[in-house]
Design a protein around this ligand. Sequence first.
Ligand SMILES: [Zn+2]
Length: 251
Amino acid sequence: MPNTGSTTANQGNIAPKPTESDCKKAEEGNKNGRTKVDSWKESKVERLQNKKDKLQENLDKITDAKAKEKTATRIARIDKLITGWQKKADTVSTMMNCEGSPKTAYSSYQSYLKNNKDDNFFAKGQPPKDRKGGTVLCEEPYNYAESASETGNMMKGGHCEARSLYESMKDRNKGSPPCNLTFKIDWRNSDGNHSIPCPDCFRMMCHAKTNCNVEIYVCNDKNEPEKLEKEECENKQTGYRKFTNRVKGAD
Ligand SMILES: [Zn+2]
């Protein structure tokens, strides 16, 4: 074979494209994560329901009008809390890392930890107090936006994608050989279920792609990995919509 002169260190070392089976493994991670999250939410609702039942019982016995009103207000407040827990907007997301292992993250992990033992299932991500200066990816902190406030960085650093990316990428050298990161996202809010990242995490993924020499894939609903393209990262106007439309299967 002729000597072709200087080649870049990473050529010929490109990881094969992820497959449906990677997406399915990640989906399995999300299912396990949802089971944990669901039982936590159920226990919260159950506790509130018990409290409400007791107040309700008392309510009928109370004769004083003012006291009755006070209890009724408390019941209404608990009702609101119950609905809040039942309709809680959150995300469970699994990232297949460079080694092909799943790492699942939960967006309300700090709150979850208050009632659950840490069994190392969920990715902790960067500690909240350290997030202020940005999420560390490949030895450098990534600020979500040039104008990102400490609070903005702290909150977004708690998004699932940031948690998983941080754990795999914080110590990675910039010159490391390329590899793939594959996400399966289960984001639920009042609009329904979504398999796409938020615009802020999209930009963070773009940053990781360039800064950490990784390829990023997000699984669509059919569990096909959609590759995050360079042009989509470069075009701030249309890039996010174009990529997420592909993941949603709308393109
Ligand atoms: Zn996000």
